[in-house]
Design a protein around this ligand. Structure first.
Ligand code: AMP
Length: 141
């Protein structure tokens, strides 16, 4: 990982402009500069943790609390019908900025978008044994 400050660190530091809509000691949220919808907002821990697993528990809890608070505020502000909340966690998932962030994307009836199920590629055809094995690997049992 580069030692250069991420673009989101620079926003948090006030070194580059952003439309900040929420701020605490540990969390900031600002409008996405290239929005997928009106009100598209990014919620970040102020510390530049790259991946979800890198965020300490207390900061992660603060990020999620911000998401929960912001979702209805944003939806009301742009008169959205629904919201998609998501994280691109890692380059293969589309993460471009190496500073963990949660996307809050307001959704509208007939907006032409899809559900989060559309984010991955073709669905794998997994046997019951394969599913059992994956579950065991995840749970460590
Ligand atoms: P991701 O692909 O999940 O890393 O998303 C990065 C997001 O950051 C994209 O939606 C960009 O539009 C957004 N973005 C990049 N630079 C800025 C910026 N200076 N201010 C606000 N949003 C930005």
């Amino acid at each position: 990982m580069s030692d250069d400050p991420t673009i989101f660190e620079q926003i948090v530091a006030g070194d580059i402009p952003a439309r900040i809509v929420y701020e605490t000691d540990t969390v900031a949220a600002f409008l996405d500069a290239n929005p997928l919808a009106p009100g598209h907002t990014l919620v970040v821990p102020k510390e530049p943790h790259e991946r979800l697993e890198d965020i300490p528990d207390d900061e992660a809890a603060a990020v999620w609390a911000a998401v929960q608070e912001l979702v209805p505020q944003i939806a009301a502000a742009v008169d959205a019908d629904a919201t998609t909340v998501g994280v691109n966690d890692g380059e293969a998932a589309g993460q471009e900025v190496p500073h963990a962030h949660v996307h809050i994307v307001p959704r509208f009836e007939g907006d032409g978008g899809g559900p989060i199920h559309a984010a991955a590629g073709d669905r794998p055809d997994l046997s019951e044994d394969e599913l059992d094995g994956i579950a065991a690997d995840i749970s460590g049992e």
